[in-house]
Design a protein around this ligand. Structure first.
Ligand SMILES: NC(=O)c1ccc[n+]([C@@H]2O[C@H](COP(=O)([O-])OP(=O)(O)OC[C@H]3O[C@@H](n4cnc5c(N)ncnc54)[C@H](OP(=O)(O)O)[C@@H]3O)[C@@H](O)[C@H]2O)c1
Length: 331
């Protein structure tokens, strides 16, 4: 039997689990040149909610109600009609949220060598690659700089905090609530933190970044991005990774006050990036993460939810901030 999560209607306002339906079908038969994979893990990210926004903003990227939810998955080959894959191979691919998937061999990447398959969803998957290319290739941190990171206790954010420390930055993490802030300082290695839910963002930014921010890695947009523009140093760089503060709503997304005038007056650079544009650096990320894991310079923080049936709850949870680190569902 194959179970598959479909979302049946476009969400109105905040996401709720009642728009999801778990459909049961037979295990698919792989066709010529196809491989049958048993999914073991897939990631759950705020982006899954962002893609449910229909309309002109996302264009072809937007998904349609009535279709399966999809994410990066890692699984095991069950049977193969392509000589490049054999039963038991560990593979990574974009997949629907389901137990089994039959897909063309060229859509799969064979993976091996990591101490745990969870890494192919975590550090050596979408979250880890996004942190790596976004901070190191787009942001280009320099030792001694002050790096500000939003959603710092999340998947991408907790990796960016650690990569920032490896690069020699002073890292200030923004997260919701005192427990997350304490975790960031004690476990992840942030030098200072800001609890954005405690209010008075401008004052907290002044206290934690008294000389201003050189590099801002922004996962959330919204009020923190707006407040951070004033905290940027002259000539500072802003890397736009995500807009989580505005995903879980059916209202149109809006930009921060201060664009463009603050950017002009302070000579700021603001650059968005899509992780896949930097795919040529993924093997370099694998090598670096492997070494840093072995040397104990980076810690994997994985929030593992047990069971495919829990996937919609996992997505609602991520949007509500229940996770510490990278969220994944173990099928
Ligand atoms: N550019 C790319 O190619 C790319 C690729 C992958 C992911 N991304 C983006 O990267 C960002 C982080 O993804 P992730 O998977 O690592 O998710 P995540 O940060 O693990 O999870 C989302 C976190 O966002 C915070 N949050 C929720 N609502 C918020 C709000 N209104 N304001 C501020 N923070 C809020 C919550 O933490 P708190 O408890 O701290 O609020 C929650 O834990 C997302 O925006 C995602 O779309 C971009």
């Amino acid at each position: 039997m194959n179970r598959q999560w479909i979302y049946t209607a476009a969400p109105e306002g905040k996401l709720t689990t009642d728009i999801f339906e778990l459909r049961k079908t037979g295990v698919p038969e792989p066709g010529p040149g196809e491989v049958l994979v048993h999914n073991r893990y897939f990631n759950v990210m705020p982006g899954n909610r962002a893609y449910m926004h229909s309309g002109p903003l996302l264009g072809e990227l937007g998904s349609q109600a009535g279709t399966p939810m999809t994410s990066l998955a890692v699984g095991e080959v069950v049977s193969s009609n392509d000589p490049a894959f054999a039963p038991g191979d560990v593979v990574q691919a974009m997949s629907a949220w389901q137990d089994y998937v039959a897909m063309p061999a060229q859509s799969l990447a064979k993976r091996d060598g990591a101490p745990s398959v969870e890494h192919y969803i975590g550090l050596m998957g979408q979250s880890g690659y996004t942190a790596y290319v976004g901070l190191l290739h787009v942001g280009q941190p320099r030792a001694g700089e002050t790096l500000l990171v939003t959603a710092a206790a999340g998947g991408v954010g907790s990796a960016v905090v650690q990569l920032g420390k490896i690069a020699g930055c002073r890292v200030v993490g923004v997260a919701g609530g005192p427990e997350k802030c304490a975790w960031l300082e004690q476990e992840v290695g942030a030098d200072a933190t800001i609890d954005y839910k405690a209010g008075n963002l401008s004052e907290q930014l002044r206290q934690t970044c008294p000389e201003g921010v050189d590099l801002f890695f922004d996962n959330t947009g919204g009020p923190v991005l707006e407040a951070a523009l004033d905290a940027m140093k002259h000539g500072g760089r802003i890397v736009l990774c995500g807009n989580t503060a505005q995903y879980d709503s059916d209202k149109p997304m809006s930009g921060p006050k201060g664009v463009p005038l603050t950017l002009i007056l302070k000579d700021l650079t603001m650059k968005g990036f899509a992780c896949m544009t930097y795919a040529e650096h993924f093997s370099e990320a694998d090598r670096d993460y492997s070494s840093w894991l072995e040397e104990g310079r980076i810690k994997p923080f994985y929030h593992v939810i047990e069971g495919l049936e829990q996937a919609p709850n996992a997505l609602v949870g991520v949007l509500g901030g229940v996770n510490l680190g990278m969220t994944m569902v173990r099928v």
